[in-house]
Design a protein around this ligand. Structure first.
Ligand SMILES: Cc1cc2nc3c(=O)[nH]c(=O)nc-3n(C[C@H](O)[C@H](O)[C@H](O)COP(=O)(O)OP(=O)(O)OC[C@H]3O[C@@H](n4cnc5c(N)ncnc54)[C@H](O)[C@@H]3O)c2cc1C
Length: 341
C-alpha cells in the first residue's frame, strides 16, 4: 500500500508555509483521498513554533526539522533535513514543491534514498496506480508517467494546484533529529532586487506582455519610447502584474536600443522563451504570432490590445481583442488604477 509524504518548507520570512508548499499540500490531500493512503507532512523551517498555528489539519503525522541552520536555503542542510524526514516517514510517494529551494536538492535526496524523481509535474491522477503528467518538448507533448520504483519523488510545478486554504490548526509535530555534515556554505543574507524592479512575478494573477509595437513609429510619425516606458512601469507598479515580452522587443535590447532597460530575454514568452502560468494575460502592441502565442498555453483568460484588426490574436488566439491604440488604453487604465488607490 502507498503512503504519502508532502515535503514543505517555510516562506522567506519563516511565518508560514510557502505558497508552493501549500499547493503541494492540496495535491497530497487529493491523492490521499483518491488512493486511500495515509498522508504525512514534512516541514523544514527555522522556527517550527512560528508555524504551529498554520499547519494544515487532516494529516496523520507532521514531521519537522527546525533550527537556525534550516532557516535559509543551503544545499547541505536542506538535503540532510529532507533525507531525514523522508527516512522517518518511510513514505512510498513524496510530493514537494518545485521551488528554487527544493528543486536543487531533491535529485540528491532521491539518490540518497535509493529512489527515483520526476520533476515539473503538472497533474496527478490514477486510482489503482499513481499516474503523473508532465510536458516535454517546450510544452508541446504531454506525457503521463507511471513507475514501480519507490520511493518516488515528485516535484510539482507552481500554479498547477490551488494553494491549501482549508482548516489550519495547532498540530503536534514530531521533531526529527538531523546529523549535519561539515558545511562549507554560510548564509550571510539575501540580496534581491526591490519588488518594483523585479518584473518577473510567477505568483501574479496577471501576465502583462509588451510587444515591439511600443517602439514603432506611431500615427504621428514619431517613436514614443519614453512614454511607453512610463506607461508600462506605472501599470506594473499599480497592478503587480508580471512582465512578459515578445521576442522582437527583447531582441532590441541586444542591439543597444532597449525601450525597457529592465527587460531581458528572461521576460520573453513563447516558443524560444517561457510558458508562464497566470490566471489572466494582457498582450499589448504585440502581433500574437504563433511562436509567441504558443507560450500562452497556460494563461487562463487572454486579452490583447493591437492596432491591427488582422493580428494573430484576432485569429482565434485571444478571448477578447481591443483593436485600439495601446498608448491610449494603458494611459486610461493607469488613470483608473490611480483613482482606485
Ligand atoms: C524559430 C522561431 C522562434 C520564435 N520564438 C519566439 C518566442 O519565443 N517569442 C516571441 O515573442 N516570438 C518568437 N518568434 C518571433 C515571432 O514569430 C514574432 O516575430 C514576434 O513575436 C513578433 O513580435 P511582436 O508581435 O512584438 O512584433 P511585431 O510583429 O512587430 O508586431 C507589433 C504589433 O504592435 C502593433 N502596434 C503598434 N503600435 C501599436 C499601438 N500603439 N497600439 C496597439 N498596437 C500597436 C502592430 O499593429 C503590430 O501588430 C520566433 C520566431 C521563430 C522563427
Amino acid at each position: 500500500m502507498e503512503s504519502i509524504l508532502v515535503l514543505t518548507h517555510a516562506d522567506e520570512i519563516g511565518a508560514a508555509l510557502s505558497k508552493g508548499s501549500l499547493e503541494a499540500v492540496t495535491a497530497g490531500l487529493e491523492m490521499a483521498t483518491r488512493i486511500g493512503a495515509p498522508l504525512s507532512l514534512g516541514v523544514v523551517a527555522g522556527k517550527i513554533e512560528n508555524l504551529s498555528n498554520s499547519l494544515p489539519s487532516g494529516v496523520a503525522r507532521v514531521l519537522a526539522v527546525s533550527g537556525e541552520a534550516f532557516a535559509q536555503p543551503r544545499y547541505a542542510s536542506d538535503a540532510a533535513s529532507c533525507e531525514a524526514i523522508c527516512r522517518a516517514a518511510n513514505a512510498t510517494i513524496i510530493l514537494a514543491p518545485q521551488s528554487s529551494r527544493f528543486a536543487r536538492v531533491m535529485g540528491g535526496v532521491a539518490q540518497r534514498l535509493g529512489g527515483l524523481i520526476d520533476t515539473h509535474i503538472t497533474a496527478i491522477g490514477g486510482s489503482d496506480f499513481v499516474e503523473v503528467s508532465r510536458w516535454f518538448y517546450r510544452q508541446r507533448v504531454e506525457a503521463v508517467l507511471k513507475r514501480e520504483a519507490r520511493p518516488w519523488l515528485l516535484l510539482l510545478d507552481s500554479g498547477t494546484h490551488a494553494a491549501y486554504s482549508g482548516e489550519m490548526g495547532s498540530i503536534k509535530t514530531e521533531q526529527i533529529p538531523v546529523e549535519l555534515p561539515a558545511m562549507r556554505t554560510t548564509v550571510t543574507g539575501q540580496k534581491a532586487p526591490k519588488q518594483d524592479e523585479q518584473t518577473i512575478r510567477p505568483d501574479a494573477k496577471l501576465l502583462f506582455v509588451a510587444g515591439a509595437g511600443w517602439t514603432k513609429k506611431q500615427p504621428d510619425g514619431q517613436v514614443h519610447a519614453d512614454e511607453a516606458r512610463g506607461l508600462i512601469l506605472k501599470f506594473l507598479r499599480a497592478s503587480g502584474a508580471s512582465l512578459g515580452s515578445s521576442k522582437s522587443l527583447v531582441d532590441q535590447g541586444g542591439d543597444g536600443s532597449s525601450v525597457l532597460p529592465f527587460l531581458t530575454h528572461l521576460n520573453q514568452v513563447g516558443q524560444t522563451g517561457s510558458t508562464p502560468r497566470h490566471a489572466k494575460g494582457l498582450s499589448t502592441c504585440c502581433h500574437g504570432e504563433e511562436p509567441h502565442a504558443v507560450g500562452w498555453r497556460f494563461i487562463g483568460e487572454r486579452r490583447a490590445i493591437s492596432l491591427d484588426p488582422n493580428c494573430g490574436w484576432t485569429r482565434g488566439k485571444a478571448d477578447v481583442v481591443y483593436v485600439a491604440d495601446a498608448f491610449k488604453v494603458m494611459a486610461k487604465v493607469n488613470e483608473m488604477l490611480a483613482k482606485k488607490g
